[in-house]
Structures are given as C-alpha cells and as structure tokens.
Design a binder for this molecule. Sequence first.
Ligand SMILES: Nc1ncnc2c1ncn2[C@@H]1O[C@H](COP(=O)(O)OP(=O)(O)OP(=O)(O)O)[C@@H](O)[C@H]1O
Ligand SMILES: CC(C)(CO)[C@@H](O)C(=O)NCCC(=O)O
Ligand SMILES: [K+]
Length: 244
Amino acid sequence: MILTVDVGNTRIKAAVFEGNTVLENFVFEKNELEKKIEKILEKFPNCSDLVVASVGNIDKQSFLTFENELKIHFLTNEDVYPFVNKYATPKTLGIDRMVLASGATLQFPKQNRLVIDVGTCITYDFIDENDNYLGGAISPGLRLRYEALHNYTAKLPLLAFEAPELYIGNSTTQAIHSGVVNGFVYEIDGFIDEYRANFSNFIIILTGGDAVFLAKRLKNTIFANSNFLLESLNQTFQYKIDND
Ligand SMILES: Nc1ncnc2c1ncn2[C@@H]1O[C@H](COP(=O)(O)OP(=O)(O)OP(=O)(O)O)[C@@H](O)[C@H]1O
Ligand SMILES: CC(C)(CO)[C@@H](O)C(=O)NCCC(=O)O
Ligand SMILES: [K+]
C-alpha cells in the first residue's frame, strides 16, 4: 500500500493506493498535515511508502515525523522519468508538471499528449509521441484571477466563483464573472485549437481543482480526471523502483 501526497500551492491532496487502485482520497489544508497523515495511517496501517511531490513551501520535517512507520520519498527533478526533458531549464520545471508528464507518458504510450492542470495556476504540458517533453504554458488559475482583480484595483470586489450567463456582462459583478470565467474557458479552448492545428493526433488529459467545471464548458470535448496527478504520482514511484 502506497500513500501519495500532492502538496499544491493552495491545498494538499492525498490518496492511498493498492497497486493501481485508489482506496481513498483526502483533501486538507497545510496546517492540518501531520494530524491528517496520522489519521490516514491509523486507517491504513499497511502503507509501506509515503511518496510526496511538493510545489508548496512545506517543511519536510512534517513528513519525517512518520519515518518510523513507513519509508518517505520526496520526488525531485533528478529522479528517473519515462520522458526526455527538452525544457530549456529542466531544473526549474515544477515537480507537479514532471509527475503529470510522467503519468501521461506511461498511461498513453506512443502518442502526442497534452496535459492541462487547472489548479491554482493553469499549466499546459506537452509530451510528443517520441516521449520528448517539450514544455507548455503557465497562467493564473480561476480563483487567482478573481483575487488578482480585487487585490490590484481599488474598486473591484472579491467575488466567489459563479458561472456567467452572458459574455456581455451587464453589471460590475457580471462583467467580472464573464471576464474571469469566460476568459479562462476561451484561453483553454484557444490553446487546444493551437495544438490541434500543429499536431494531427493527440490525447488531452484535463485535471486539477477546476477540471470538472471546465470540462462541461469547453467547446472541445474532453474528459476530466481530477485524480490524474495522484495516479501519476503512484505510477512515477513504481517506475522509479523498476528503473533505478
Ligand atoms: N475548497 C477549495 N479550496 C480552494 N480551491 C478550490 C476549492 N474547491 C474548488 N477549488 C478550485 O480549485 C482551484 C485550485 O485547484 P487545486 O485545488 O487543484 O489547487 P492546488 O491545491 O493549489 O494545487 P496545485 O498547486 O497543484 O494547482 C481553484 O481555482 C478553485 O476554483
Ligand atoms: C507552475 C506551478 C506553480 C504549478 O503548480 C509549478 O509547477 C511550479 O512552481 N513550476 C515551476 C516553474 C516551471 O514549471 O517552469
Ligand atoms: K496546477
């Protein structure tokens, strides 16, 4: 049994795996980390390894308190991955993007793949059919767009996400919802169109906190898999064991 932990910029997500099967998923805040891991290990005492991919600034020590109970692994950019990293700055490529690329390569062999993660940031990652990781894009996520409008202006309120009815927003509130939500959707459809124009055949994997909402609104039909990062983390760890 493997406990995988994804430390994002906003929240922490975790899942317990038996082979390739998810037994249970967890979401929690950073300040709850030790308490929650303790609870998970009480429920699943057969966990032998804890695998962490962290882009957030969390103290490693919080994980090391469990060192006597199971083996702790922090994935890094120096681990073995199933793709060739063609990013010009491979050392600064986010570990979450490395893991997503790894999962896409292992789960969808010999084809072009585009991974779109709609979390705190939106990330686009492209791995071609010869398993070259080429890069992608980083832009602000849905929540971040609402917050940025509020934080960097005098007059714009901080709104909670709401699906706009119109693209012509007829009030301050509607204009913000239209700009943020429609802008988010148009951006992603626009990127997908750009990839389609350049690569005849590729699979799109959509994941992250806003994936389910987004999938329904894209003009391009894509299935969302909210668990793709944790599944990929589990597979990347298996790959590391087999290839180290
Ligand atoms: N309870 C919640 N807290 C924060 N964001 C949420 C919540 N529920 C849904 N969301 C949506 O999820 C998005 C954040 O995605 P996610 O939770 O994947 O981010 P994260 O934890 O920072 O991970 P990462 O850094 O890997 O993107 C926000 O844009 C927000 O709209
Ligand atoms: C882009 C984020 C913040 C997305 O979580 C993360 O992958 C990260 O911190 N990346 C480092 C920069 C890069 O990937 O090139
Ligand atoms: K993300």
